[in-house]
Design a protein around this ligand. Sequence first.
Ligand SMILES: [Zn+2]
Length: 209
Amino acid sequence: MKLLLLGAPGSGKGTLSEYLISKHNFAHVSTGNIFRKVIDENLEYADELKSYILKGLLVPNDLTNKIVKQELGELTKKYTNIVMDGYPRTIEQAEFLKNIFTIDKVIYLNVDSDLLVKRLTGRRMCNKCKKIYNIYFSPPKKDGVCDNDGELLFQRKDDDLSIIQERIQTYNQTTFLLIDYYKDKGNLIEVDGALSTEELHEKINSILR
Ligand SMILES: [Zn+2]
């Protein structure tokens, strides 16, 4: 099964990917982890890629496409289950992907923006044991302090409200177009991103069957 996950930041794509990897033996394809691999293992395109990443520049579409193609070629030799996350990001990339790889199902995790904002701005982390809390949904027993070790909890810089609103807006402007694109192709499955973990897993298992 070849899956593509779509959803805003905070929609739970990361957690769902982890579930697919650990329980259903999926290979996870995101541009972030592919780029890291190309550079770490000094694969083809590594120097070209570094010239953008080290300068903090956006990697151009055609280079991204070439690298994704190379990686998918490798992965499809080893894995029958592949989940893509964060690629394609544009219609142009989706059109490219269509010619080299068949996506069976597109899972769109739909979460309303109030819930997204609470999930992201409510996140607090413990530096010591790395436990993650959410002040709205899974707060520590004592405000601002880790249950495990009493460390002060902190908020990641990019979980700040203005940054989050910007991330959601960027998402709305770009990725949202892909939802319509795949809806038209007829293989989009909309999943309620507000489901509990158990409900979500059950839903995913029924999709995989
Ligand atoms: Zn802790």
